[in-house]
Design a binder for this molecule. Structure first.
Ligand code: SAM
Length: 361
């Protein structure tokens, strides 16, 4: 009897075009899963890192490209920068959000991009970029082949935009899911919240990935042992000392920022906890021993490890801290991409492939 043909999707069936690709958090995640990807990125520092990591890159402005230049891509991914929304709910942020939602509708109504573009001047140039993935997705539907899957991520304040995207994509034949994910729930030794949208065309069902690890609660000193969450078993959250085993002895990281704008109120995380969110200012955080003496600050490699980049990731170019802080933690990226493509939960072998990755010689 001939071997049974499975129509389950395989990593090799997909090719991603990753907009605003940064140093490659999503691309290295795709690579570990066996999915090919090409990033569009204009920052010379991020391009330097990507080049040394051997990641395929088109070094261009996303605004000057379109899906027709990537005919082999059947998956659209992106993390557009949109700092303005972090103040959503107040004045300028709220206003920008409402305006962006109107533009989403105009795109969905197939108003000509040229006339939308003229009106976009009312938005801050970086805020406008959040419309690009939808422009690409609709252009592919109208003029080329629709993307089979779409993966988007950004800060939690962007969730209302993903909500509007989901409505439009569902009308275009996609099944979607979106929400805020907590990175430590996916084995990342860091607390960070990201608004994620996954969509697949023609699928019966697509769901955000399920947590594999316990959620960190503020001030918690130790994770519970294996817990059951619904039907599945979740592992304890991963600590900084597990991620950085070469740092011998306990330490405390004191944030460069004061919580709530109060300089004295600097956040602290201990080595037996997950790291606080790794930002572009990660190299300014103090690392201190239990007796208060200063220890060496985090190197780029260590900050990268807290983001789940491989230890050997070849950070290069300018403003590396910002590159690291901008990135999607690759381990979270693996879960998100797998969920969007219907590949099932990443295997232990694939997760190990990520951790032990080395750059091409
Ligand atoms: C939030 S980061 C994305 C990180 C990426 N998803 C990752 O996982 O590493 C946004 C990136 O968009 C890039 N960018 C901003 N505007 C751009 C544009 N118009 N064209 C191309 N890249 C742009 C920035 O340089 C930055 O690296």
């Amino acid at each position: 009897m001939p071997p049974e043909q499975s129509d389950a999707p395989r990593p090799a069936d997909f090719r991603i075009v990753d907009l605003f690709a940064g140093p490659g958090g999503l691309d290295i995640a795709a690579h570990a899963l066996g999915v090919r990807s090409t990033g569009v990125e204009w920052d010379m520092g991020a391009i330097a890192t990507r080049t040394r990591a051997g990641l395929s890159t088109v070094p261009k402005d996303v605004l000057e490209c379109g899906p027709d230049q990537f005919p082999e891509a059947n998956v659209l991914a992106g993390g557009p920068p949109c700092q303005t929304f972090t103040v959503a709910g107040h004045g300028a942020g709220r206003k920008a959000l409402d305006t962006v939602l109107q533009f989403v509708q105009r795109l969905a109504d197939r108003e000509k991009w040229a006339s939308i573009e003229t009106d976009l001047v009312e938005l801050d140039p970086r805020t406008r970029l959040v419309l690009q993935p939808l422009r690409w997705a609709l252009k592919a539907i109208d003029e080329l082949e629709p993307y089979e899957a779409i993966v988007l991520e950004q800060v939690p304040a962007v969730l209302p935009v993903w909500n509007a995207y989901a409505r439009v994509l569902r009308n275009e034949g996609y099944e979607t899911d979106h929400g805020v994910l907590h990175t430590e729930e996916f084995g990342v030794p860091q607390t960070r919240r990201r608004a994620v949208l996954v969509a697949r065309r023609g699928a019966r069902r697509v769901r955000l990935p399920e947590a594999t690890h316990h959620r960190y609660r503020r001030g918690e000193q130790s994770s519970h042992d294996d817990l059951t969450l619904g039907e599945s078993l979740v592992e304890p959250w991963v600590t900084m000392e597990q991620a950085l085993p070469h740092r011998t002895g306990p330490f405390t990281v004191i944030s460069n920022y004061g919580t709530g704008g109060v300089a004295e109120n600097r956040g602290r995380r201990h080595s037996h906890q997950p790291s606080a969110t790794v930002t572009g200012k990660v190299s300014r955080n103090r690392v201190v021993a239990p007796d208060g003496t200063d220890l060496p600050r985090f190197t780029f490699a260590e900050a990268g490890l807290l983001q789940t980049f491989p230890a050997a990731y070849p950070w290069s170019g300018t403003d590396v801290s910002q590159q690291i802080g901008n990135a999607v933690p690759p381990r979270l990226g693996m879960h998100i991409i797998s969920a969007a493509l219907g590949l099932g939960r990443p295997t232990d072998a694939a997760l190990k492939r990520l951790a032990s990755w080395t750059p091409p010689t």
